[in-house]
Ligand binder design. Structure first.
Ligand SMILES: [Zn+2]
Ligand SMILES: [Zn+2]
Length: 340
């Protein structure tokens, strides 16, 4: 291995433990920047990719797509793009896009058909260094803490993006399904946005926590009576859970023109009756992570409102323990690995 080699943690095949793994990244491409990773969040999508749940994983697989660190190198064409050596930046689910398709030219880089996924077909952020296209290395506002900022780059922007895309208004009554890595950020965002926020949780034990994160009301989604009480009352429901639930009950909780929006990767098909949508002009939709501009907008919003992820730190060397902790469902709310 050359001096240039990157030290990472990789799984050799589906379901394997992560082991130390070193690779030579080759010369830095002109448009790329290299960052020294200080922190990297652990997202449910890392678990899905490690276990090849989506059938697209390539091994050895280095997970990690909520990376925060400092710029240590800039490619020839990345010198004058607003980034400087030593600057704190973050890299999320995407680390590149073509920059010339209609989506990219419209500012929807996150919808580019030719985008680069940080942990698919390349190596991710559970490493000492990581590379990304300059446009996808997003500067971190100074008031945000590097130790807790990582989860904003995937989980955070995933729930922030639809608030802007679907034009959610401060006068709206909204719901968040699932109070985990994504949901705990969605509650904070929607509260700061000015909405009346209802948290739907399957665990009554999360009631107090949901209120402290910004929910004005909490509905236990397994309790038919409390679900009935919110019938036809909400303008927007954001689903951050990735389990199959009784979706009809949530559709019926929507008022006229209400939107049921998915950001959790629910694998099972969702049965939808046209009649449940048609009469009240309701809709069902979904979206992925956000564009670079949306990421910047979200970070600015976090800085302004003091929004941050609640994180549980683990040293990078304890990555397998961290994975087990997230799998156990006990993470409150996001596990972040630290390079020491
Ligand atoms: Zn993620
Ligand atoms: Zn493109």
């Amino acid at each position: 291995m050359s001096q240039n080699s990157i030290k990472a943690w990789a799984a050799a095949s589906a379901g394997d433990e992560l082991k130390p793994f070193e690779y030579d990244p080759g010369p830095l491409a002109p448009e790329q920047v290299e960052i020294e990773v200080t922190h990297c969040g652990l997202c449910h999508s890392d678990l899905s990719m490690l276990d090849n749940e989506w059938g697209v994983s390539q091994y050895p697989l280095v997970p990690g797509h909520e990376a925060v660190g400092r710029v240590v190198a800039l490619g020839d064409a990345a010198q004058d793009k607003g980034l400087s050596i030593g600057q704190a930046v973050g890299v999320g689910w995407l680390s590149g896009s073509c920059m010339h398709c209609n989506s990219c030219l419209s500012g929807d880089h996150n919808l580019c058909a030719d985008n680069e996924v940080t942990i698919a077909g390349r190596y991710g952020g559970f490493a000492d260094r990581l590379r990304a296209h300059w446009a996808w290395a997003i500067p971190l506002p100074e008031s945000l803490d590097m130790a807790s900022a990582g989860p904003l780059f995937c989980g955070g922007v995933t729930v922030f993006n639809p608030i802007v895309e679907l034009d959610i208004k401060p006068t709206d009554r909204v719901g968040v399904v699932g109070i985990g890595g994504l949901g705990h950020l969605a509650l904070q965002f929607l509260n700061a946005w000015g909405c009346d926020v209802t948290a739907f949780t399957s665990s009554e034990a999360k009631r107090e926590e949901a209120m402290s994160l910004g929910a004005h009301h909490v509905v236990t989604s397994t309790d038919k009576a409390s679900l009935k009480a919110v019938r036809e009352s909400l303008d927007f429901i954001l689903v951050t859970a990735n389990a199959s639930l009784d979706w009809r009950q949530f559709i019926n909780a929507l008022g006229p023109k209400g939107k049921l929006h998915f950001v959790g990767a629910v694998l099972e098909p969702i049965p939808v009756s046209v009649f449940d949508l048609l009469g009240k002009q309701r809709s069902v939709s979904a979206s992925p992570v956000g564009s670079p501009a949306r990421l910047r907008q979200m970070l600015d919003f976090c800085a302004r409102h003091g929004i941050e992820a609640q994180v549980e730190p683990f040293p990078m060397s304890q990555v397998n323990r961290a994975v087990a902790h997230l799998k156990s469902g006990k993470a409150r709310y996001r596990v972040v690995l630290e390079n020491t």
